[in-house]
Design a protein around this ligand. Structure first.
Ligand SMILES: O=C1C[C@@H](O)[C@H](O)[C@@H](O)C1=O
Ligand SMILES: [Co+2]
Length: 295
């Protein structure tokens, strides 16, 4: 039977990719509103204290815990040791916070943070040599995670070299299944036009972390047609919370509920907090998940 814990990402309060979005929102407001909306866990944002005791206390006061945090690897473009050193520090912080999974996304050649590069037309494609470096590096990060009883969950992402189903297939095939797991992010797969349910079916139980992100189809269409960047797409509102957009989550909840999945659902919906009040949207997501996922 599945055993799911429900969390939410701070990116709806302050967007670390574009910190002007939600710059007025404090860490305390963010975690208080997460708890008020009925969530008991979250990922880590740029405004969170890095002192683990201070963070533990702030979370305990709100009955919250840490699910994970994003890590950018540069395995295809920088010496392995640079990523390894940064990863160990990140791993140890997450371990101290009690997290079991570490979100990793390769940012070598990524256009996700580039304002003037179209996210669809500009996505990178790795060479064979880059694939080899990526795979060897991820296996290494997987070993380092395993030392602490943790797992690396790979985040496929728009505007990166691992975005499409065939790229995910390649990554899953080439990496060691005992060391590298998959993060399933509904928003990125539907945005990219992939068969998200097929991918979920194919990779359960290798999927060890889930981001629930919805899309606004009409805005994604504009982003593609007008050659907009990922960040401009986010600003324009291409993502929203589950239940507010066009993704059909019912079959996702059904498949996961019937599986042995033991892990998190993280509601992750980056949009402009000035247009989409983060507490209001967190409440919309919480209600939808209660009704649809029975959670
Ligand atoms: O997991 C994620 C973390 C963000 O920084 C990223 O840009 C977002 O789209 C996402 O899915
Ligand atoms: Co995500």
């Amino acid at each position: 039977m599945a055993d799911i814990t429900l969390g939410i990402a701070p990116i709806a309060w302050t967007n670390d990719d574009m910190p002007d979005l939600g710059k007025e929102n404090t860490f305390e407001q963010c975690v208080s509103e997460m708890a008020l909306a009925g969530f008991t866990g979250c990922e880590v944002g740029g405004k969170y204290p890095r002192d683990t005791e201070v963070l533990q206390k702030a979370l305990k006061l709100r009955n919250m815990s840490i699910a994970s945090a994003w890590f950018s690897s540069f395995l295809t473009t920088k010496p392995l040791q640079e990523t390894v050193t940064a990863f160990i520090e990140h791993r140890d912080f997450l371990f101290a916070m009690g997290a079991k999974v570490i979100v990793v996304a390769e940012q070598g050649h990524s256009v996700q943070g580039m304002l003037n590069t179209p996210v669809f037309a500009g996505k990178p494609y790795f060479t064979d040599m880059e694939w080899d470096k990526l795979v060897q590096g991820l296996n290494k990060l997987g070993e380092l995670a395993k030392e602490k009883g943790m797992k690396v969950v790979y985040h496929h992402h728009m505007g990166t070299g691992v975005q499409t189903e065939s790229e995910i297939d390649k990554l899953m095939e080439m990496t060691d299944p005992a060391l590298v797991y998959l993060l399933f992010d509904t928003g990125h797969l539907v945005c990219s036009g992939e068969d998200y349910l097929g991918i979920l079916q194919k990779y359960l139980p290798r999927i060890q972390h889930i981001h629930l992100k919805d899309i606004r189809k009409n805005i994604v269409k504009q982003v593609k047609e007008k050659n907009m960047s990922f960040l401009d797409g986010v600003r324009a509102g291409m993502f929203t919370v589950p239940g507010d957009g066009d993704v059909d989550f019912a079959p996702v909840f059904d498949l996961v509920n019937k599986s042995q999945y033991q892990g998190w659902y993280i509601v992750e919906a980056e949009q402009d907090p000035a247009k989409a009040n983060p507490l209001e949207y967190a409440q919309i997501a919480r209600k939808y998940i209660r009704e649809q996922a029975k959670l």
